[in-house]
Design a protein around this ligand. Structure first.
Ligand SMILES: [Zn+2]
Length: 259
């Protein structure tokens, strides 16, 4: 989510907030010298620069050429390995966290420990994924690519019953596993987890129609919703209107649903 917000330029920096909230000043609260843009907060502020120097990641040239994360990553993806890109994101996230800890909690801004922390953080995550620390029955969860000329949409949704809030995300990949689109939706008046998942699938279908994708696979763990969509009978569920709308789009997209 952090990376996504960086890409969409919606990280709540002062510069970003000042556009929407009149009394907020765009200046950086740490150095008071420049506007706090994403690039300033994560890379160009004096303390962030020290962190990147300590990281030894060779990004200085690229940083001097671009002014947003999209362009920076576009340049770096051919230069850095996947592991280095991963380290870059974790460091950026930690810099953001450290800056906020200074601004909102008055904690000191230390740069010395950030890179070692990020390295151990990644090792811990990798250890968890490989089962080194998770000894309970881990469920094998392997992504399988779609057939050629087919796009695969993987969904997951979440629902808070007490707040009536729902959210869902989708990742769209091609046969090589390349991510074409990643998107998330927030539903402030969600009825239940099923309608949340159904709405997400509908939005994915509409996305496919707009993009001109002729053949898609929709993969979701919402078996109940998938069965409603696959049924030949009209849906009588509380989210039946959404199911019927999804069905109405199938003439435009060859859609294969699976759980
Ligand atoms: Zn600053």
């Amino acid at each position: 989510m952090f990376a996504w917000r960086c890409y969409k330029d919606t990280l709540p920096t002062n510069k970003c907030l000042a556009i929407r909230i009149p009394h907020i000043h765009p200046i950086c609260a740490i150095c008071s010298r420049e506007d706090e843009t994403i690039m300033h907060a994560l890379f160009h502020s004096s303390w962030a620069s020290k962190v990147w120097d300590a990281s030894k990641l060779p990004i200085a040239n690229e940083l001097s050429l671009v002014n947003n994360m999209v362009n920076l990553l576009e340049l770096l993806r051919f230069k850095l390995t996947v592991d280095k890109i991963r380290l870059l994101w974790v460091i950026a996230w930690r810099i953001w966290y450290g800056g906020n800890a200074f601004i909102f909690r008055g904690e000191d801004v230390y740069y010395q420990g950030i890179v070692p922390y990020c390295g151990s953080y990644i090792r811990e995550v990798d250890g968890s994924c490989s089962g080194e620390t998770l000894t309970s029955q881990a469920i094998p969860n392997v992504w399988h690519p779609p057939l050629s000329h087919t796009i695969k949409l993987n969904y997951d949704g979440a629902y808070s019953e007490c707040e009536g809030l729902g959210g869902a995300g989708v990742v769209v990949r091609n046969v090589r596993g390349l991510v074409l689109v990643a998107a998330s939706w927030f539903y402030p008046y969600a009825m239940d987890p099923y309608s949340t998942e159904a709405l997400a699938i509908l939005l994915g279908m509409e996305l496919a129609v707009r993009q001109g994708w002729k053949s898609i696979v929709i993969e979701s763990d919402a078996e109940t919703v998938i069965n409603e969509i696959l049924s030949n009978s009209p849906s009588l569920s509380s989210y039946g209107n959404v199911v019927e709308k999804i069905k109405s789009l199938t003439p435009f997209v060859d859609c294969h649903l699976c759980v």
